[in-house]
Design a protein around this ligand. Structure first.
Ligand code: GTP
Ligand code: MG
Length: 176
């Protein structure tokens, strides 16, 4: 599961993760279930195209429904079928809860991480937008307080702009 505040880079990071997983030999199915936010499904469709991943989109004819709940019902059935298939092939599949932290938000990211961790229990983090900011250093306070590791960093908007976190390179960049 990927969580985080609005605009932090969740969808973009998902797209980049899909690309990585696919390059590693995994078969990725994207499921666009957000029929509430304007163009959310279109955004995911663009990522599916970019990464050449399969995608299922919540029934279009019902997208005007006030609640996403029943529009997503058939989507959920497809996902449950997929989950069963994945669990069968990979019994020990990781069950991570990643929080996306916007690297440009400064110390506010500590408050966000505290709140999300208290509610859902974060297992690791993705720090995004490091290409446009020098404020990502605040994540040191987050890791120090919560003891949750950073797994990836986002360094741009393209499919290849997600890198495994390298603590040494990160610290060197802060001091350089
Ligand atoms: N430069 C740069 N831009 C990024 C990065 N990650 C995301 N973005 C941009 O940040 C903006 C918001 O990204 P989204 O992925 O839509 O964010 P989100 O968290 O899914 O947003 P909501 O679904 O509205 O909550 C987009 O314009 C992305 O292209 C990054 O690592 N670097
Ligand atoms: Mg999004």
């Amino acid at each position: 599961m990927i969580v985080g505040v609005n605009g932090g880079g969740k969808t973009t990071s998902l797209g980049k993760l899909a690309y990585r997983l696919k390059n590693g030999g995994a078969k990725v199915l994207m499921a666009a279930g957000d029929t509430f936010q304007a163009a959310a499904c279109d955004q995911l469709e663009i990522w599916a195209e970019r990464t050449v991943c399969e995608i299922v989109v919540a029934e279009r004819e019902k997208t005007k429904a006030p609640s996403g709940l029943y529009t997503n019902y058939s989507l959920m059935e497809e996902l449950i079928a997929c989950k069963k298939a994945v669990t069968k092939v990979m019994p020990g599949a990781p069950n991570e809860i990643l929080q996306v932290l916007d690297g440009t938000t400064g110390l506010d990211m500590l408050l966000q991480a505290r709140e999300f961790n208290e509610i859902v229990g974060i297992t690791c983090m993705i720090l995004t937008k490091l290409d446009g900011s020098a404020r990502g250093g605040c994540v040191v306070s987050v890791v120090n307080e919560l003891g949750i590791p950073v797994k990836f960093v986002g360094v741009g908007e393209g499919v290849e702009d997600l890198q495994p976190f390298d603590p040494e390179a990160f610290v060197n960049a802060i001091f350089s």
